[in-house]
Design a protein around this ligand. Structure first.
Ligand code: ADP
Ligand code: MG
Length: 406
């Protein structure tokens, strides 16, 4: 999705106040009645309607009059609220180019006041997974519904908590800097996703390192569940052409993307563990032509004496060296949060019929052009908010929060 932060410059205190009012209304309304937004924002002289028109023009809210006159936030509106809060907190001062388009996220560079460049991940749960199953579902019989705002916020909260815990336990992950709503700020990995790497001087060493990570995670009680060439970053590489990278000898591996991680006590833990391992084997076999000496496991459970074994087995893992899964349960990311996310991931939940992620793919506010943004480009095209603009945003947020109507 295109994130045009330019509009941030022109949004006033009142604009943010009304945007926050829409967000508040969405806690219990899929479409927030215009009249309720007016009451929450409580602008003088009934100014809310004019402001809503401006927010609509910038695609920060979506108007829906099918049942009643109402509005809901778009992804862009939610992005602006998170960005504004983080800018107010001093976490970063400018937003730069897009560096990644994930399945369910957009990643941008952001820069701090002192010029340090960080990565900003905006979660967009429901963008892909749901659309894939949308056509098969019968809306008239839907049992449960989810709200993309809620799920995207959960995904960000989970990713932040896991990244922090993994870092504290010495795993090679980005440094978790801050989190707000559906947005996670982390250190920028100086490297490329393994999928873009065409040559490795020592593929066996990298292969062993990566496999070792899956095993060590399981020893600490966790399974990544999406451990593949897209979520492993390799650093210290040199570029041969725009789409062709080669790693030099001093390579370093960083793993990313944690919202789908599960505990080793999950009922399907073994299946997910085996799948992560298989992804790595498959990729290295195909891309780097590694051949593996593997013992075949016979149906009676004994090993046939083919060659030496190198494929880690879930049952062999000593899951005592850490209890990260338990630690994380106490981190603010609750059991219920985990259950809600799992239901979504496993397709047991249906979408609010009017929510952003499922509706009109031609809509500008949800469209997600896949571009070449994962290719590194030079320079940070930054947009700075000046101090006055930042202060305005902050005040707007506070004032809106003082006027909640229950
Ligand atoms: P998704 O959950 O949508 O798959 P990811 O976290 O895997 O999102 O990020 C998508 C892409 O964005 C990655 O493949 C990578 O190219 C880039 N990316 C993500 N995080 C970082 C980071 N911290 N530093 C540099 N690039 C990153
Ligand atoms: Mg990913």
């Amino acid at each position: 999705m295109k994130l045009d932060v330019n509009a941030l410059r022109y949004l006033t205190k009142d604009d943010f106040r009304v945007l926050t009012a829409v967000e508040m209304g969405m806690r219990n309304h899929e479409i927030v009645p215009a009249e309720l937004i007016g009451r929450i924002a409580s602008l003088k002289h009934g100014g809310t309607y004019k402001v809503l028109k401006n927010l609509l023009k910038h695609k920060l809210v979506h108007h829906d009059s099918s049942k009643y006159d109402g509005f809901r936030l778009t992804y862009l509106g939610y992005d602006f609220l998170a960005i504004k809060t983080l800018v107010n907190r001093g976490v970063f001062a400018s937003v730069g180019r897009q560096i990644g388009v994930g399945k369910e996220s957009d990643i941008f560079e952001v820069a701090t006041e002192d010029g340090t460049v960080l990565a900003m991940k905006l979660h967009r749960l429901g963008r892909v997974s749901f659309r894939a199953v949308k056509s098969k579902r019968d809306y008239l019989r839907h049992r449960r519904s989810f709200n993309w705002l809620y799920l995207s916020r959960l995904a960000a909260l989970k990713e932040f908590a896991f990244m922090k815990a993994l870092e504290e336990h010495g795993f090679p992950v980005p440094n978790a800097v801050d989190c707000n709503r559906h947005c996670v700020i982390m250190s920028l990995v100086q490297g490329y996703p393994l999928v873009q790497v065409k040559e490795l001087p020592n593929p066996d060493t990298i292969f062993e390192t990566i496999l070792g990570l899956v095993v060590r995670l399981a020893e600490h009680g966790l399974i990544h569940c999406d451990f593949n060439e897209f979520n492993i970053m390799v650093s210290y590489c040199f570029m041969i052409s725009w789409s062709h990278y080669c790693i030099d000898d001093d390579e370093k591996v960083t793993m990313i993307d944690f919202p789908q991680m599960i505990s080793v006590s999950h009922r399907n833990a073994q299946m997910y563990f085996d799948r992560d391992i298989e992804c790595i084997f498959k990729f290295f076999r195909k891309r780097f032509h590694l051949s593996f000496d593997e013992k075949e496991v016979e149906s009676d459970g004994s090993d046939s004496e083919q060659n030496g074994s190198c494929r880690p087995r879930f049952s062999d893992i000593n899951k005592v060296s850490g209890c990260l899964d338990k630690e994380l349960e106490a981190s603010g990311f609750t059991r219920k949060d985990q259950d809600d996310m799992e239901k979504f991931v496993e397709g047991d939940v249906e979408e609010d019929p009017g929510s952003d992620s499922g509706e009109g793919e031609d809509e500008d506010d949800t469209a997600c052009p896949i571009n070449d943004a994962t290719l590194p480009l030079d320079g940070l095209e930054s947009l700075s908010l000046n101090r006055e603009e930042r202060d305005n945003l902050h005040e707007g947020d506070l004032e809106a929060n003082q006027n909640i109507v229950h």
